[in-house]
Structure formats: C-alpha cells, structure tokens
Design a protein around this ligand. Sequence first.
Ligand SMILES: Cc1cc2nc3c(=O)[nH]c(=O)nc-3n(C[C@H](O)[C@H](O)[C@H](O)COP(=O)(O)OP(=O)(O)OC[C@H]3O[C@@H](n4cnc5c(N)ncnc54)[C@H](O)[C@@H]3O)c2cc1C
Length: 464
Amino acid sequence: MPDSRLTGRPKMPQRSVAERIRDFNEVPVGLPEWAAVDEARRCLQCKKPGCMKGCPVEIDIPGFIGLLAQGKFDAAVAKIKEKNSLPAICGRVCPQEEQCENVCVLGKKGQPIAVGYLERFLADYERDKGIGAPEIPTSNGRKVGIIGSGPSGLTCAGDLAKIGYRVTIFEALHAAGGVLVYGIPEFRLPKAIVAQEVNFVKSLGVDLEVSTVIGKTLTLEDLKDDGYEAFFIGSGAGLPHFMNLPGENLNGIYSANEFLTRSNLMKAFRFPQYDTPIKIGRKVAVIGGGNVAMDSARTALRLGAEEVCLIYRRTKKEMPARIEEAERAEEEGINCMILTNPVRFIGNDNKWLRGVECIQMELGEPDESGRRRPVPVPGSEFVIPVDTLVVAIGQGPNPLLLETLPDLQLNRRGYIVIDEETGATSIPGVFAGGDIVTGAATVISAMGAGKKAARSIDHYLLRK
Ligand SMILES: Cc1cc2nc3c(=O)[nH]c(=O)nc-3n(C[C@H](O)[C@H](O)[C@H](O)COP(=O)(O)OP(=O)(O)OC[C@H]3O[C@@H](n4cnc5c(N)ncnc54)[C@H](O)[C@@H]3O)c2cc1C
C-alpha cells in the first residue's frame, strides 16, 4: 500500500468560534471540490470493501467514491441515491467514525477515507445544481401507512414508493423530519436541507399528512377501513426522562426535548419574529454527555447565556456524543464538568432555580453498558450557581400510539418488540423500526430499520 494514501485526510473547514457562537448558521462549511476529488482518489477501491458492511443502508461506497474521483459528480450522486434518499442529512450527522469509516482498511495503519465529508460534498453539489425529479414507477395501487416522519419513516416510505406502493406518512407535528427538525439544531443540520430531502421523498410519490396524531386524530383501524393494508411504525423515542430529584419542578428547568423543540421547531432563536421565547439566564447547566446534551449547551450559548457548563457523571472517554461535536462544543467555551452528578436543585422564594447541588463521582466496575459505573464520593457535595438548567439524560418511547394497540407486544421498557430479521411486530401487517424499537440511537440505524421493513412489507403484501 503506497504510504501517501495512508494520510492526507482533509480537515472539514468550519467557521471561526467568534463568528459562529453569535448565530445559528451551520458551523462546518463543506469540502471544496479539489479537496473532495483528492480525498476520493485516496480510496483503495477494495474488492471486498469493509466500509459497505459498516453502512446500515447499504450504499455502494467505493462505487460513488470511484465516480467522484473521476469527476463524474452526477453519476456519483445517483449511485448514493440508489440506496439513500437522505444524503445531505447523513453527510452531516451520521457517526461515520463508528460506521463506514471505522471499517475502512486505510484506518488500520493510517487515516480512513472521509466518507461522510464526500457524501455531504455530493449532496451539496446536487442541491446547488438543482435536484432533478426522480423517475416514478407505475403505482400498484396498494396503500401503506407510515407513522412518523423521522429518518426511519422517510426511508421506509421512499423505498416502498420506489417499487410502486401508494405510501402516506402520518406525522403528529406540523413539520416533517422527526428529530431532524425538532431536535438537531440549525447549526448542525439546517432545516432547509431537511426540507429539501423530505421534498425529494415526496417527489417519489409519497403523500405526507402533518398535524395528524395516529392513536388520537386517527387510529390504525380507521386507516385499515380506508384501504391501508400494511403499516410501519417509526414514532421515535421523544418522551423526555427526568432525574426525579428534589427541586426538579423549579422554574428555569427544562427537558432537552422542550428546550430544543422550542428553539428548532418553533424557531425561538428568531424571537420576536417567531413568538416562542425561551427564558435563558446568565449561567446555564446541561446535564448529560450525549449529542442531545451538546446540542442543548451550544443552543443555550447562542441564545445568549454568558456561561454554559455540562454536568456529566462519567469521564470524557465514556461520553456518547460524537467526538467532532464534543470538540466543537469545547472550542466554543462549554465547560465540561466530568465525574459530577446532581443531587438536588436549589430555588429562591419565588421558585426560580438558583443552583444545583452536585456530588463528585469516581469510576467503579463496568455496568451492563460495558462502561465503568460512576460511584458517588461520600462528603464531596458542592453547589454550582445556575439560573437555567436543561436535563438531557435520555428519552423514552412516546406512549400515545402504543396505548391504542393492546395487541402490540412491548418490552419492559415500553419499546416495540420486533422480529430482528423482518421488522414485523406482534400484529400481522404492522412493522416497526428506529428509536421506537431500539431506544434513542442514530439516524443511520433508524434508516437501516426503515429500509429493512420496506423489504418485509413488500414480501408480506406480495403474499397477501
Ligand atoms: C438533539 C438530538 C441530537 C441528535 N444527534 C444525532 C446525531 O448527530 N447523529 C445521529 O446519528 N443521531 C442523532 N440523534 C438521534 C437520531 O436523531 C434518532 O436516533 C433518529 O432521529 C430516530 O429516528 P426515528 O425515525 O426512529 O424517530 P424520530 O426522528 O424521533 O421521528 C419520529 C417521528 O414520529 C412522530 N410521531 C410520534 N408519535 C406519532 C403518532 N402517534 N402519530 C404520528 N406521528 C408520530 C414524531 O412527531 C416524530 O416526528 C440525535 C437525537 C437528538 C434528540
């Protein structure tokens, strides 16, 4: 293997800290054309490519990179879109470092190919040029209902539409995209890009009914009466978890779900143009160490907080957030208080938050997640003065739809039980995937589940 191929991975150009913390515009700006082509030329075009095994939506990674290396950008985009209708989203938020790039053979002795940066380059190239209308197959007339418009639902819908089904996505919120619109902030994933990829799925012939809560506005029985023959449930894990600590209902304490939804979906960051203000104090603390915590902390900073800290009970090594995003948060001045856990929240006479009492932690034996269990150090309590706090310690399944389906088998944590091979649930004709099955996971794993379910729905309906 020639040594020059081992290194030379480009760095993602990004806006300066001073500029970016004042607005919600995207932080990374994308590779220039010459850098993308150079990087594509570093690919070894392996005969048995490991990278493809790391991609839950089965993109022909060497195929699109080979075309990009030859300057055939249109063909490269088409190659990606054979398998993935959301490349601009995946190129921005997929944890490639744990997926395709993690199994790139170049990574064994050097630097893996920057697959995500290349995918983003091509998706942005296509957007700048204008996305052409895809070919729509002749409809087979059979109706499939998709509940939820997150990445799992969009993928399942797109794949079924491509083979001729009449697909309708039902979405509870007024905008489509799931976490991509209400959770992940503009500075990581611009909403115009989500809208553009949702529009692409619609252009495949998929109908979208927003502001429709299945289980309330309509039931699956209503949809069956209307001719729907199969369903995919991709309703996500949007129910916030709290810590159940004394003082948690004080004013100034938000769940990350509310905080981010107000900012991203209701556009609080454009107040007063959009009338959904978020009251932010001078000192903000965010509890958690995942992507949701990072997004909340960086949002608080951009909304005007003077100091923002993360409170995390393990060490940086165990943080589940994407490394790139944790580094950006640190660059922006977010102070990370590791091995620290809250024990109670302290308020003033008017019930406004004024501080959080924490305890120092140390790492003990590994727990069921394989990470070392954090253990409190007796007598190490201390108070951090804060006036706003965001709890970002995880989410659970939204029970709304599930409550109306008594025959649907759930596990003890309330997630849907499926057949791993097919995505089939305990109700014939009803399939499920994404966070509502796995618990909070990743965009690409949700998309992979949507793809698998689309295949199974096709098999199921062909036999019916
Ligand atoms: C703040 C945040 C940041 C994240 N960052 C990343 C990241 O950088 N990279 C990454 O890979 N992953 C990230 N994730 C995780 C990722 O976004 C999720 O794993 C993924 O979106 C799950 O997709 P899904 O389709 O299962 O569900 P969701 O995206 O949750 O979509 C579910 C949709 O179903 C709708 N719905 C629910 N119930 C009903 C009903 N009864 N009727 C109709 N509609 C309903 C909801 O309104 C929602 O729109 C992040 C998550 C959060 C919260």
